[in-house]
Design a protein around this ligand. Sequence first.
Ligand code: GLN
Length: 242
Amino acid sequence: MELKICHLYPDVLNLYGDTGNILCMSRRLQWRGIGVSVTNAPIGSPLGLSQYDLVFIGGGQDFEQQVLLDDLHRGRDKEILAAVEDGLPFLTICGGYQMLGAYYETHTGERCDFIGALDLYTKGSDTRMIGNYKFQCSESAGGSVIVGFENHSGKTYLGPSLEPLGHVLKGFGNNGEDGTEGAHYKNVFGTYSHGPLLPKNPAFCDLLLKTALERKYGKAELAPLDDAAELAAHDEMCKKLE
Ligand code: GLN
């Protein structure tokens, strides 16, 4: 078995250790004897999403989100939209998560038209939502408690048919108003959690890997790993956020 991971826009969307998510997924596959390859798809490179089993998109500031718009609208937007509908697994963080929505209006009123793969939009605000936070994933996204770090001024609002990834236990999440965090649509998992997200949340990492392996091979059992260090980090942060 092997997973082919595409790291989309590593040149511009790469904040707060987001690339650590790729390292974490790769190691957890390798420790189980499962093959993995990672392909970077920076601005200007050919995409060809049908050759991949999982796509990762990290976070970026307003400036970087604007820098990639031309590239996005040269056809990548349609390709990403089709891949989402086709059930390709995505993990998208903060600016990358916002990019799968309809648009982002910055706090200075500039509008970035995005992909519209997820029924959500984001508006920049004067409040910076920053700090360690935690949320509980919905049952359909595994039900685990995630500890992470958020840093955004954008407030994201989900359309009525879009399920959040979970509910905020401490912190801001999507907008600091309605208690929702992230979005879960088909096999897309979008979240505000930087940090990186996956090393401290091994159950969530394995959910992503299992989703991708089952889509490719039909059935996949992940052998258990010794997660003592990961769970100690997770539980310590959970306690701090009580
Ligand atoms: N620029 C976006 C915001 O502040 C995303 C920031 C990020 O990815 N951390 O809302």
